[in-house]
Design a protein around this ligand. Structure first.
Ligand code: FAD
Length: 305
């Protein structure tokens, strides 16, 4: 119930304005977001890679309906990729891209062309792109764009959300040689007809998907903070003769940082998803919807305590 309210708030302009202008939200935002500028993102990247972690950077923004705004997002990514290469960070840091920020809702071809430019810039910088998966209404389009991009850029990463009833089928389709696939539970509101809503059902689907990806020939990227799913993922990797370099764990910036470092110190590949930029509102609301403890922290900050 609370989760539904927060996910609805994520789409509300009125709530967004109230939260963005509240005087005490800054501290909470900085827990989950690297900062508003490219320099903030690079500083955080340097710290994380210094701790033997890998990074995927998200230039925040979503739901763009203006081609000019989509162009600004492309420029944001190409600048970021140039700076990553210049800073010698591109071997350890890639980028995550939301197609709705590139104009997907306006025109799929425009979003594909924009994403292709980011993929080319990533290749020039010596790194890769992963296409985030958004609201369930965008899944079919995102998979079409992914297929188009992979013709020239087979290294482009895909995302499967385990809460989708078709998740296992998507994993089967995406588990081919060279295919990088991030598996996550799914962060958006989705109806029963397309998604599991019961937490235990979602977890079971995550395990089934992990099994398919680990048995496949691609590169699984397990994006979860869930200790049980992390342990099961490690066990399934071993069962499928995968070494520590044949898959990775992924977690969000600000969530379980001690565990991120513990896994990396044990030899695992661990990538941290680092969002930055001014458009942090929708991202922050999804993080609050995931965990009551995050919400309590946020409400205390809003009240100035
Ligand atoms: P939850 O069910 O949220 O948590 C499970 C358990 O993890 C908890 O019970 C607790 O034991 C532990 N845990 C969780 N948070 C904390 C904490 N703060 N401190 C201590 N323990 C904690 N979603 C999408 O829809 N599309 C995407 O493209 C996408 N990309 C993602 C990329 C990455 C790298 C990650 C990590 C997540 C991404 N997500 C994405 C979000 C994802 O779908 C989930 O909403 C989010 O990760 C929370 O799910 P969880 O697996 O961590 O499990």
């Amino acid at each position: 119930m609370l989760r539904q309210v927060l996910l609805a708030a994520a789409r509300s302009d009125g709530v967004r304005r109230a939260v963005e202008t509240a005087p005490y939200t800054r501290g909470v935002v900085r827990r989950f977001v690297a900062g508003e500028t490219l320099n903030d993102a690079l500083d955080v990247t340097r710290t994380l890679t210094g701790d033997r972690l890998l990074v995927t950077l998200d230039h925040l923004g979503e739901g763009t309906r203006d081609p000019g705004q989509a162009e600004t997002v492309v420029k944001g990514y190409t600048d970021l990729l140039e700076r990553l290469a210049a800073a010698g960070q591109s071997a350890r840091a890639e980028v995550s891209v939301k197609l709705t920020a590139l104009g997907q809702a306006l025109d799929e071809d425009l979003a594909t062309a924009n994403a292709r430019r980011i993929c080319a810039a990533a290749r020039a910088a010596g790194t890769t792109v992963t296409l985030d998966m958004e609201d369930h209404t965008t899944v079919a389009s995102t998979l079409r764009v992914l297929a188009a991009l992979r013709r020239d850029h087979p290294e482009t990463g895909a995302v499967v959300q385990a809460y989708l009833r078709r998740a296992e089928e998507y994993c089967g389709e995406l588990a081919g040689a060279g295919s990088r696939v991030r598996l996550c539970k799914g962060a958006y509101a989705a109806p029963e007809s397309v998604a599991f809503t019961d937490r235990a059902e979602i977890d079971k689907s995550f395990v089934r998907c992990t099994r398919v990806l680990m048995a496949g020939r691609g590169y699984p990227m397990l994006a979860t903070h869930d200790p049980r799913l992390i342990e099961i993922g490690g066990a399934l990797a071993l069962l499928n003769d995968r070494g520590p370099d044949d898959f990775e764990y992924q977690m969000l910036y600000g969530v379980r940082p001690v565990e991120q470092r513990r896994l990396a110190a044990g030899g695992a590949r661990v990538r941290v998803y680092v969002p930055y930029g001014r458009e942090w509102y929708g991202y922050l609301m999804r993080r609050l919807a995931e965990r009551p403890a995050n919400l309590a922290f946020f409400l205390r900050a809003l009240a100035g305590r």
